[in-house]
Design a protein around this ligand. Sequence first.
Ligand code: PEP
Ligand code: MG
Length: 566
Amino acid sequence: MGSSTGLGSLTGTAVSPGAGYGPAHVLAGEIPEPDKESRHGGDAAAERARAERAVEEVAADLEARGARAGGEAQEVLGAQALMARDPSLAAEVGALIDRGVAAPRAVFDAFGKYRDLLAAAGGYLAERVTDLDDIRDRTIAVLTGLPMPGVPASAAEPFVLVARDLAPADTALLSKDVVAAFVTEQGGPTSHTAILARAMGVPAVVGCAGATAIAPGTPVLVDGGSGEVLLAPGPDRVAAARRAVEARRAALSAADGPGATADGHAVPLLANIGGPRDLPGALEHGAEGVGLYRTEFLFLDRASAPSAKEQEEAYRAVFEAFPGGRVVVRTLDSGADKPLAFLPPPEEEPNPALGERGLRMFRRYPEIMAAQLGALAAAAAGASAKVQVMAPMVATAEEAEWFAEACRTAGLDSAGIMIEVPSAALRAADLIRAVDFFSIGTNDLTQYALAADRQVSAVAGLQDPWHPAVLDLIAMAASAASEAGKGCGVCGEAAADPVLACVLVGMGVTSLSMGAPALPWVRAALARHTLGECRSAAVAARFAVSAGDAKAAARAVLPGLEDLGL
Ligand code: PEP
Ligand code: MG
């Protein structure tokens, strides 16, 4: 531990490049229940005033956050603030304090009573229980000096968000202006924290043991390239990290235009998006279209199926952003790491990743598939973008045929499938006959090839798309598509790794789709290598025995990586 590393360092898996520096905001765990027997000192009026101030502070904070976020978030947070100021709740808290109960316990009990009433009412009211719990926890945090639960949507300076793990809902309101970096204790390179961080262009380290023990407010320097997390680093380290980032940025901005190797072999570079809100980033980074529109991200917080009109609008907004370009839409991939409340599996599954998810859900709920395909066809009707639709989690040729037929019935003329199950890659020649294109989902393909759940950080080391077993499966799918004269893209996170992107192109992959901030890196890496060099890198990688060796072997034959600092 030297002066340049201050309080020491932690290490995790680097999943989103760049350096981020700021005070740690440690996402609090659950607020503990205040002691049942806790009593105040005897001055009930003062204790009441203290409770009222705490509730008001929470309500005002919710309102202020809503005002900053605007839109739907403002409505939700405004409704929560109203709930906090409910006079009958205040009366209940006051009555308990008058009986000697300390304010934190009085808040807990009073909110508990209303919580039970709401839960018993069922339906919409029962869904408000979580909001009420959130207000209760925030008020108790103010009263007891505990860190505030939840992620702040704004801050005086960008902070490093430290958490055990992050759910998509935790991060809905976050932006790059607020978060300097992410550090999580759990998760691997394909966890949604990692995907989100890359989509936002924010440096991130996941699977970082001990992260939540960082004292809140500690200045933290996160290196999203090496996985190092420095606690209270000296100014020399912070300045060096910033200089390295600047140097790379300059090298990157030199590459623009459509994706191609140094000798002019075109490789369209497309963006992965979760909805219209990701469009500005995709356009800013020069995406030539969309290679993966994760439509389930539009509806993660929905208890009921979205209407046809609502879907159509969200699809049309994306089609219109790429006139004449390609937009590949994935049908709802519900289940496992992306559960949708309106598409529940019929029973508790012991292994959700192996259960009813993706296309399997559509076989259970065909009316939801028909509605989505109908909305897509309606939105595509007037659009000049080339709309392609694909299904996730396809395992057999029969499933591929079933999906392609449903697309044709809906009036969609380009139907494809994701290759993310090993059986589909192994028998790619059978599956390609039924569809127009493949798109390889390397996140799930790696998970299933190595039998390593992408949500379990203990096996994150196995979750590496560089593993030659995964490379072999990718090569099989790419060559089956090429023999059939059809396209085979990659839209998993492997496409966002500039070195691996060269290897994928060398294996015959025809387009690459990634979180927008990775586009300049991949564009620059391809522009520095010929197709022949990419092919040599692919051969070298597939000859290796381990993921680490595959990466080293590919790098050794890709001379242009160095000036990108890769
Ligand atoms: C994949 O599995 O590689 C993929 C692109 O889909 P998702 O990460 O959304 O499961
Ligand atoms: Mg997938």
